[in-house]
Design a protein around this ligand. Structure first.
Ligand SMILES: Cc1cc2nc3c(=O)[nH]c(=O)nc-3n(C[C@H](O)[C@H](O)[C@H](O)COP(=O)(O)OP(=O)(O)OC[C@H]3O[C@@H](n4cnc5c(N)ncnc54)[C@H](O)[C@@H]3O)c2cc1C
Length: 350
């Protein structure tokens, strides 16, 4: 038997790539081991073109953001489902100084295109501390990752093109022009195994710099703000009265365990902005597949051209995956160029 692609790993990266290749008419088997941890199962799924205290534009934002909005809503329309929620991100100013600084930053047209003309500050003030007002970042939103992964899994299960279980390099018969797995010969195998790639002998030479993150889920009775709020931490309204609060960043103790310190940190930050009481109902931890140069790892293995990787999505998998998977599919199927900053060929001399 033959098939075009075996995709190993179904977080956001594997889901998006498998969908795009399937829609191009390729035969795709999507595989995932539910016993392994997944960053996508923990992540808030926020897409945000302007990040950090300095409103830094996300890498390639002008390409990524129009594309991702079209991509996720396109799947929703095709399958008659809902998992993508376009929202603005409200950023209350901490002081008059910050208000002045931010207004100066938004004078730059490259930044201004992602900021609302004016924010309805009053609509937030019942729940959020905002004595100095705030600004709203547009073209933002969140992807319900649990639902997205469930829907994409269902799509491939129905086509009988899903494998539940682990696939390692040892299970593969790698040749120059194909890869055998069980009784199927694939044209290519693409690893979308997230941070587990560090244990994958085919790709463990790539310079990862994983970042642990923690996130809380809380009940906040009556909280009815529909947009995401961000000041040091984000408050993401999942539905009325239910919020997610995140996230922490830690480069040590890289395990998937929650900690009291993580919870205390998030609580201390959220108490600064949230005016109403809340009750924590869940705490989760995950490891982001970040890289040393903060660019994704995409491309084919330098010695085994039938094996590839689509990973290193770091803190922004939901924003990066659609545009870059589309580009990777054109590279694989049409011989087009890959974004050089994302291509793993940049690491080969290492
Ligand atoms: C607390 C926290 C908050 C975050 N918030 C956001 C956010 O708001 N927005 C955003 O864009 N990103 C966010 N991120 C980052 C986001 O989680 C990652 O960018 C993204 O999930 C990476 O996706 P991935 O598919 O590459 O990896 P994963 O989601 O980790 O998926 C890898 C999959 O591969 C499977 N797998 C691995 N090895 C094998 C194998 N050998 N065989 C079979 N299956 C295998 C695993 O089971 C897993 O399902 C957050 C992360 C954390 C921890």
């Amino acid at each position: 038997m033959t098939a075009d692609f075996l995709i190993v790993g179904q977080g956001v990266a594997g889901s998006v790539l498998a969908w795009i290749l399937d829609q191009r008419g390729c035969s795709v088997i999507l595989a995932d081991d539910p016993n392994l941890p997944s960053a996508s199962a923990v992540a808030a799924g926020i897409v945000n073109p302007l990040t950090g205290r300095k409103l830094v534009r996300t890498w390639k934002a002008d390409e990524l953001f129009p594309f991702l909005h079209q991509f996720y809503s396109g799947i929703e329309q095709t399958l008659g489902v809902r998992f993508f929620h376009p929202k603005t991100i409200y950023r209350p100013f901490r002081s008059v100084r910050e208000q002045t600084d931010y207004l100066a930053l938004t004078a730059d047209p490259a930044i201004r295109q992602y900021v609302s003309e004016s924010a309805d500050n009053q609509s937030y003030s019942q729940f959020i501390q905002n004595p100095f007002g705030g600004l709203e970042v547009t073209q933002a939103g969140w992807l319900d990752l649990t639902e997205f992964v469930r829907v994409i899994k269902g799509y491939f299960v129905r086509k009988n093109q899903y494998f539940e279980g682990r696939i390692t390099a040892d299970d593969l018969h790698i040749k120059a022009d194909k890869v055998g797995w069980k009784d199927i010969d694939f044209t290519k195998v693409i690893f979308c195994d997230g941070v587990q790639s560090r244990e994958n002998p085919l790709f463990n030479w790539l310079p990862y710099n994983p970042v642990k993150g923690q996130i809380l889920t809380a009940i906040a009775e009556g909280y009815s703000i529909k947009n995401i709020v961000n000041q040091g931490v984000f408050i993401l309204p999942v539905r009325e009265g239910l919020i997610r609060i995140g996230a922490t960043y830690s480069w040590h103790d890289l395990d998937w365990q929650t900690t009291d310190d993580g919870r205390s940190f998030l609580e201390s930050k959220v108490r600064e902005i949230l005016k109403i009481p809340y009750q924590i109902v869940n705490q989760q931890a995950g490891i982001r597949p970040s890289t040393k140069d903060r660019r994704p790892f995409i491309g084919l293995h330098p010695e085994h051209p039938a094996v590839g990787i689509f990973g290193g999505m770091g803190t922004k998998g939901v924003s990066l995956a659609p545009y870059l998977a589309e580009q990777f599919s054109r590279y694989l199927l049409d011989g087009e160029d890959l974004e050089s900053e994302a291509n793993i060929s940049r690491c080969v001399s290492l």
